[in-house]
Ligand binder design. Sequence first.
Ligand SMILES: Nc1ncnc2c1ncn2[C@@H]1O[C@H](COP(=O)(O)OP(=O)(O)OP(=O)(O)O)[C@@H](O)[C@H]1O
Length: 269
Amino acid sequence: MTALAVRDLHIRDLVGDREIVRGVSFELTPGKVVGIVGESGSGKTLTCRAALGILPEHFVVSAGSIEIGGRDIAGLSDAEWTGLRGSTISAVFQDPASYLNPSMRVGAQIAEVIRVKKRASRREARRRAVELLAAVHLRDPALVYEQYTYELSGGMLQRVLIAAAIAADPAVLIADEATTALDVIVQAEILDLLADLRARAGLALLVVSHDLAVIAQLCDEVLVLRDGEVVERGETADVLHEPRHEYTRLLISEHEQYGLDKYLEAVDV
Ligand SMILES: Nc1ncnc2c1ncn2[C@@H]1O[C@H](COP(=O)(O)OP(=O)(O)OP(=O)(O)O)[C@@H](O)[C@H]1O
């Protein structure tokens, strides 16, 4: 069963009167991780937002199709989207603090997702939220449950956000630059956590990053996007070891100075 199928996706900016994404296709099955890499402005985030039904105003899917769990999303009502988002497809972005309410305990925010999406009682939602905080490897989850965003580090907040994103057991999780703002060690821990969720829960992941090292560590398959077009795609190890397109080679050479070599060794095994 395909969890997310994006076929020949085109996204148009109606105000700028230009096509920003042109012909992006990929498929996610349970437990599969697809990465999209490309420089700033290449259309990575718009592709994610189209799959979540949250394109910014005046951007539209102008051609192609998106299916979530076999269902075409064209023409879904707002109520149908509310039913899908969080429960079937979910996302984490950069800057977790901006997605959490600063005046509410973080645990209560996760419990709220469980109460609404899983129709759980308050007591059950709280129990499950603490379990999720433990599942995202936060030490002392019962304490974290009671804390506010200002009391937590960026890495902890990203874990809280991941817990909220997986609270209703989605089939697909989109991680759009989810580790970009974190320092290297915390970034590696979050990538491990995502790999763990994929292995344990069969979560399908779409990982968007401008960082080839992140892609190398996590993805089975990678799409290289430039100016809204896929210039190269394939198994991650193949693309990174034997890039065919000049643009991919350029991205790799830019990354080599940041220590991509160790990740290339990692994907080799
Ligand atoms: N809300 C918006 N309003 C106007 N233009 C936008 C908006 N969102 C995206 N764009 C434009 O669409 C293009 C693609 O943007 P997108 O955010 O998908 O790129 P990206 O590859 O995710 O880049 P980044 O790595 O910087 O996030 C860019 O040229 C951008 O200027």
